[in-house]
Design a protein around this ligand. Structure first.
Ligand code: SAM
Length: 462
């Protein structure tokens, strides 16, 4: 059979499944009961505005869910915490928050936010003033910084111009004088959250050279001011948080893979899961945070990123594309998942690792992790409790992969109830293979990216 005709068959089949099963449960954005989960609103919200994060949640989306789903105080888990939107909202409403985040930079952001309640406000203010004086005296004189740029952080062109680099190193000279660990963490975070802004790289949304995106290089920049502005926001937000918290929070974030959950969590101990795992769009969290990981000394050489890659939810296309044939490790009756992956696998064999087989390996690995994740939810949820999972669909080599639908079916197959799939964001701007240079088949016009909320429930008796 010709590949093109198989492809059309897959599209028709999907429609069949949508109409027969999924579509009846799926509500389009206008009448969704959930708010738009996207991060943009967070950029102006106290505490949430500290660190931008791709595919982060909006705080009011999380707030709404917490109010709707937990009547009393409970344990809220975010297995893929990112920069901690769920965790912060949970403690603000007096719940116990538990998070897992594999990326040490994002985990630092979570920790700094969750520990903000005990930061000595006056001491932070004093350190900010001390930084202002320290920086100005040195930046305007002929001072030679003691700090050095991380050796292992290699880029195609200079990450910082010489003038900017000198200012960055003066900042690090100051950070190294701070003796109070919690305050030093906030300074480190303020640098990491702003550091790309004054570099010759930018997020588009993947990290690339500014010149490649048609932007001019940055020869000089008021680095100290950018960091002071960030610290001033943090100071204000810490005051706000300390007034707002109903009680001393109980919160913990593990800088580890959630797949090690059984080492940390007991069965049936969680009242609500709110999360968004990485999407099947190959957004490479580790590569995109290389500047922060190296400058914060979480990585000193490329092999330090390898273990992160291997443990990342869904791995990455780059890590599995060369494998001969990676299979699903489970069966999913009454769906076309296997067939769809098979169709993908047969596309463009002449393209070698860039052809369909590599992408099918990636998708199979992703769904295997969805399976492990669903089992984990079943293990940690208390009976009668809910998990809300925000997940984006994907278009691989022109083939639409409705991850929300398949994930819902996977969860059902291991004994969770699939309550609903809603789509509050029917169009999503973001990186996907649809926009990648490596695609070999053009996506159909009718295919679009969306974000869905999969609502799962653990029954009263398990
Ligand atoms: C879509 S983001 C979550 C964003 C989050 N909702 C927020 O508002 O900040 C997914 C996160 O999962 C993390 N991640 C990927 N694999 C993981 C794993 N195995 N265990 C824990 N975290 C993981 C990534 O580093 C990324 O920060």
């Amino acid at each position: 059979m010709q590949i093109s005709s198989i492809k059309n068959k897959a599209d028709t089949q999907l429609e069949l499944f949508d109409i027969g099963d999924n579509a009846s449960k799926k509500t389009q954005n206008n009448n969704s009961t959930f708010q738009d989960p996207s991060f943009s609103y967070n950029k102006i919200q106290p505490v949430h505005r500290w660190v931008p994060w791709i595919a982060g949640f909006s705080s009011n989306f999380v707030q709404d869910i917490l109010t709707k789903y937990i009547k009393h105080k409970g344990v809220v888990l975010d297995p893929f915490s990112g920069v901690g939107t769920t965790l912060v909202e949970a403690i603000l409403l007096g719940h116990q928050a538990i998070g897992f985040e594999i990326n040490p930079y994002a985990a630092l952001a979570c920790r700094a936010k969750l520990n903000a309640y005990k930061v000595a406000y006056q001491e932070l203010e004093t350190e900010i003033t001390r930084f202002e004086v320290f920086y100005h005296e040195r930046a305007n004189g002929d001072y030679t910084p003691q700090s050095t740029a991380p050796q292992g952080f290699k880029t195609r062109s200079a990450f910082y111009s010489p003038k900017v680099l000198r200012k960055v190193l003066i900042t690090w000279d100051f950070i190294n004088t701070i003796t109070e660990p919690a305050i030093q963490e906030l300074f480190r975070l303020s640098f990491a959250a702003t550091m790309v802004k004054y570099s010759n790289y930018s997020y588009e949304p993947s990290l690339g050279r500014r010149v490649s995106a048609g932007k001019s290089e940055i020869h000089d920049y008021p680095v100290g001011q950018a960091i002071l502005d960030k610290l001033t926001d943090m100071l204000k937000d810490i005051y706000w948080l300390q007034q707002k918290l109903p009680q001393q929070p109980s919160a913990k974030v593990y800088n580890d893979s959630f797949f090690n959950y059984s080492e940390y969590l007991t069965p049936e101990s969680v009242d609500l899961v709110i999360t968004s795992p990485p999407y099947l769009n190959n957004y490479h969290y580790n590569r995109n945070t290389r500047p922060q990981l190296y400058w914060l000394q979480y990585a000193t050489q490329p092999k330090d990123l390898k273990s992160l890659e291997r443990s990342n939810f869904g791995k990455y296309w780059q890590t599995v594309r060369e494998k001969e044939h990676l299979e699903l490790k489970f069966t999913l009756p009454n769906t076309d998942l296997e067939e769809r992956l098979q169709i993908l696998r047969q596309l463009k064999p002449e393209k070698g690792v860039y052809g369909g087989n590599g992408w099918a390996n990636y998708a199979a690995t992703y769904f295997n992790d969805c399976y492990t994740f669903a089992k984990a939810i079943n293990y940690i949820l208390k009976p009668n409790s809910t998990a809300l999972v925000v997940i984006g669909n994907s278009i691989l080599q022109g083939i639409m992969i409705p991850t929300d639908y398949y994930f819902g079916k996977i969860a059902e197959s291991i004994g969770l109830e699939l309550v609903n799939i809603e789509t509050p964001r029917a169009t999503r701007v973001g990186n996907s293979i649809i926009q990648s240079d490596v695609r070999v088949v053009k996506a159909k016009k009718s295919h679009h990216l969306y974000e869905a909320i999969v609502e799962l429930r653990k029954s009263a008796t398990s």
